[in-house]
Ligand binder design. Structure first.
Ligand SMILES: CC(C)(COP(=O)(O)OP(=O)(O)OC[C@H]1O[C@@H](n2cnc3c(N)ncnc32)[C@H](O)[C@@H]1OP(=O)(O)O)[C@@H](O)C(=O)NCCC(=O)NCCS
Length: 317
């Protein structure tokens, strides 16, 4: 699904949206402004209070690979596009018509026709119409998940803590699990490639064996079913069950690794497994820190790329 389709799924519907669209069209006629013939996107950010919180977007282009995006933003008098920020998107706004009150990192200013405002990633920003206003937004590509709203009840964008769940994976997850492994950066791939050769068949076999309780296998899954992390315990009934975990680079450092690991260790403890083992690269200090916190101790060395480049660790029940 492309980004425009994702946004179309969350547009506001019903009478308030129709009223906003009518006001938008009327205002464009008054201004004698022609916008691109794309479908205007009425957004209320899931809050159902469109007159106060929302806007209409008209996308000109959103070229993920070529690396650019252009859209018009229309806000009604008193309507606010709520405070948010982007991890990656770099934006420049140009006021085409009307005036807007803009707050960037807590500093308010009024923008008038012709004014230009660059907003680099990380800066918190909001817009409120001082009368109806039309802004042109030029930016790097727009990706829905790269919107982080200060109001964490807004059920869209990168409020990941709310949107992810950790659940057991089954055989129907094999294609999504393959997509996850194929999406890992070179850096992650270098330290984490447990299934070789990587194929849907290999992953489906793993998931089928997990269904037979030979292994445990959990995924970090988003609201669209996409997989962002995988943790597992192989050969649960053998003498040395092997733990493994890997998360997509975009979700590191948010506590998910610890949660996924805790879940597996809780199951191992509930099943009274006497021992859980793992290997970890000697240079992978982040994973080592996590493992030590979860009760693993270095017991020896192992080889992945070069002789003895890994530690072998154990956790006893
Ligand atoms: C290792 C990995 C699973 C950790 O998951 P995570 O979600 O990033 O980590 P969490 O946010 O749950 O943090 C857990 C602990 O990891 C350590 N950690 C997290 N980020 C760190 C960083 N940037 N540097 C050093 N340690 C870090 C800390 O000890 C942290 O505990 P704390 O929150 O009490 O400080 C994840 O980063 C990952 O997938 N890395 C790439 C693949 C990989 O290395 N897999 C393991 C192969 S053996």
């Amino acid at each position: 699904m492309d980004e425009l389709e994702k946004v179309l799924q969350i547009t506001a519907k019903g009478a308030p949206a129709e009223r906003a669209l009518a006001a938008f069209r009327h205002q464009l006629e008054t201004w004698r402004v022609a916008l691109p013939p794309t479908q205007p996107l009425v957004l209320d950010f899931g809050l159902g209070n469109l007159d106060a919180v929302g806007l209409i977007e008209c996308w000109i282009a959103n070229e993920l690979e070529a690396g650019y995006c252009g859209k018009y933003l229309f806000i009604l008098d008193g309507q606010t596009c709520p405070t948010h920020w982007h991890q990656k998107k770099h934006e420049t706004f140009h006021v085409v018509k009307g005036r807007a009150r803009v707050i960037v990192d807590g500093v308010a200013r009024e923008m008038r026709e012709g004014d230009v405002l660059p907003v680099p990633p990380g800066q918190h920003h909001s817009f409120t119409g001082l009368g109806p206003a039309l802004l042109l937004e030029l930016s790097t590509p727009c990706v829905l998940d790269d919107n982080y709203f200060e109001n964490t009840t807004i059920p869209i964008g990168g409020n990941y803590e709310r949107r992810f769940e950790i659940r057991g994976l089954d055989r129907s997850d094999a294609p999504r699990l393959l997509a996850f492994y194929n999406s890992l950066s070179e850096e992650v791939h270098h330290v984490y490639r447990p299934f070789q050769p990587l194929s849907e068949l290999v992953l489906r076999t793993h998931l089928e064996e997990a269904a037979d309780r030979k292994h445990l296998s959990f995924g970090l899954v988003d609201a669209h079913g996409g997989i962002w992390g995988h943790s597992f315990l192989l050969w649960v009934n053998g003498p040395k069950p092997v733990f493994g975990i890997g998360l997509h680079q975009d979700v590191h450092g948010r506590g998910w690794g610890r949660k996924m690991m805790q879940l597996i260790l809780d199951e191992a403890d509930a099943a009274k497994l006497p021992l859980v083992t793992l290997t970890v690269g000697k240079k992978n200090v982040r994973a080592q820190a996590l493992y030590q916190k979860m009760g693993f101790e270095i017991k020896g060395e192992a080889t992945l790329w070069k002789p003895n480049d890994e530690f072998y660790m154990e956790r006893k029940h």
